[in-house]
Design a protein around this ligand. Structure first.
Ligand code: FAD
Length: 467
């Protein structure tokens, strides 16, 4: 077996998937470095009062690569449920099933909205499609028409990314809006992806990353938690020295033949020695993420609603989504309490980011009232903060990203991938697919096939997010 040492930075699905797969194929000695005390990154879970909670609504989509899904099923066994989705969207004061259902749309949708959307389709058929242009606004308007954009996508995108739709890149529309045209919406109505079902683990979504790490560990991977990579030094003889620090300020160093980084590329670019050139660093500074505050309300009822997740595209409600984790696996325990999780996208350091738990609880209860949802006095409110929730694709971001990507790509044996590594709007199954692909590029002698990786990257570029 090859004696090369791969150090994987980050213990989200991309990192844990690689640690497992590298060990399973016996291709390298593996050390995984995770800064926090839990695995899963944004896809992690934690337990409060007997309930497993995620960082916002997470589901494993059926679009997952079949070989990866097979591994997950094998590792989780009975702990993986395959369930029908029960979501709903609040649009113009009405609830619509999500994923959309034709009957629901016809029966329940506000007539002015329905006529507007129908007229957009007729106009397009008679007079042809508008020019797509290159902004999020122009791409979506050309494909979906004004009505759906004005009432659904534009207000939603202002909340999600904090920018006007014409200040965002058209790439965001192609990547993020999986039903990118009226015909695609109709196709998805006739045949919902994954037959409207999803996979979900008994102990929260983070159980997926946990089992990957556990199995990787059994096969010999070293999983170091509570250590943050703080410096990556390129050695003259090849390979790297990595400096790690923990919360007590202790320092450790590690040597690696390969580094596979899944941590935010903006953070990685600042820790490399010799340092990145100033123009590349300047490009890195322009890359920004949308943050998110997650507000958890512990409610004194068995079940709050029978819905998994309620979506709020419109501006009159602050949160974008609220979910009830107990419903995801269909749990009835514990009794007399359920916890709901509201998602508030924001800018790190803004008013929402700095709100106290009490203020956040009040804001969400007000939102619940506005949306005509059941309101109960919570037993407790607590919050979590995600600094890097969504990549923001502002106009021209791709040039800054490319400058950084090209520079890192030229460093032998330093690989970036995963949602934070690629600054991509990816799902968990995409992050895992990247991890398995990276392992496919490493041969048994420890050589990385860069050309094969570039071919994989063309596949990654076609990934579209499932909501
Ligand atoms: C609100 C929300 C809802 C989502 N819903 C879904 C869904 O329903 N289905 C789905 O498939 N996907 C969903 N996603 C996307 C999913 O969370 C990501 O695709 C997935 O977590 C990406 O995995 P990753 O390993 O690439 O990155 P991450 O999960 O971000 O993991 C990166 C890891 O790197 C660690 N790290 C960072 N810096 C350092 C450092 N210096 N040293 C060591 N470690 C470091 C972090 O602590 C983290 O654990 C959602 C995302 C969000 C924000």
């Amino acid at each position: 077996m090859s004696e090369v040492h791969v150090v994987v930075l980050g213990g989200g699905p991309a990192g844990c998937g690689a640690a497992y797969q590298l060990r399973r194929e016996g291709k390298a000695k593996v050390t995984l470095i995770e800064q926090s005390q839990m695995l899963g990154g944004n896809s992690g879970s934690f337990e409060v009062a007997g309930q497993f909670l995620d960082f916002g609504s997470h589901r494993l989509h059926s679009a997952c690569d079949p070989d990866i899904l097979k591994d997950i099923k094998q590792m989780l066994g009975d702990d993986l449920a395959h369930r029908d989705r029960h979501g709903r969207i609040r649009l113009r004061g009405k609830w619509l099933h999500f994923p959309l259902k034709t009957t629901d749309l016809l029966m329940r949708l506000d007539k002015a909205f329905a006529f507007g959307a129908a007229w957009d389709v007729i106009k397009r058929t008679l007079f042809g499609k508008d020019k797509e242009g290159d902004t999020f606004a122009s791409v979506l308007q050309a494909n979906l028409g004004r009505t759906i954009c004005d009432h659904f996508y534009f207000p939603y995108s202002r909340k999600l990314w904090g920018h006007e739709p014409d200040k965002l890149s058209g790439i965001q529309a192609h990547k993020r809006v999986s039903a990118g045209s009226i015909s695609k919406i109709l196709k998805r109505l006739a045949k919902p992806p994954g037959a409207g079902k999803f996979y979900y683990p008994r102990k929260g979504y983070g159980q997926i990353s946990e089992v990957y790490a556990q199995e990787g560990k059994k096969l010999g991977a070293d999983i170091k938690m509570g250590w943050s990579a703080s410096k990556v030094v390129q050695l003259p003889e090849g390979g790297f020295k990595i400096e790690l620090t923990n919360k007590d300020g202790e320092l450790q160093t590690l040597k690696a033949d390969h580094i596979w980084s899944t941590i935010p590329v903006t953070i990685l670019s600042k820790m490399i020695d010799p340092p990145v050139p100033s123009e590349v660093l300047a490009a890195a500074e322009k890359i920004t993420y949308r943050s998110m505050v997650l507000v958890y309300l512990v409610l004194p009822v068995d079940q709050w609603t029978t819905t998994d997740a309620h979506y709020f595209p419109e501006a009159n409600i602050h949160m974008t989504r609220i979910s009830e984790p107990k419903n995801y696996f269909g749990l009835s325990e514990p009794k007399k309490t359920t916890i709901v999780c509201a998602e508030l996208p924001c800018k790190g350091g803004d008013d929402i980011w700095n709100m106290s738990d009490e203020e956040l609880g009040q804001l969400i209860m007000k939102d619940m009232e506005t949306a005509e949802l059941p309101v109960h006095q919570p037993l407790k409110v607590f919050s979590k903060r995600l600094p890097q929730a969504y990549p923001i694709y502002t106009m021209g971001y791709e040039h800054d990203l490319e400058a950084m990507d090209n520079w890192i790509d030229a460093i032998p044996n330093l690989l970036i991938y995963g949602r934070q590594g690629f600054f991509a709007h990816d799902n968990t199954h995409h992050a895992l697919y990247m991890a398995y692909s990276a392992v496919n590029c490493l041969d048994n002698e420890g050589n990385f096939n860069h050309q094969r990786w570039l071919d994989y990257r063309k596949i990654f570029a076609t990934h579209v997010v499932e909501d």
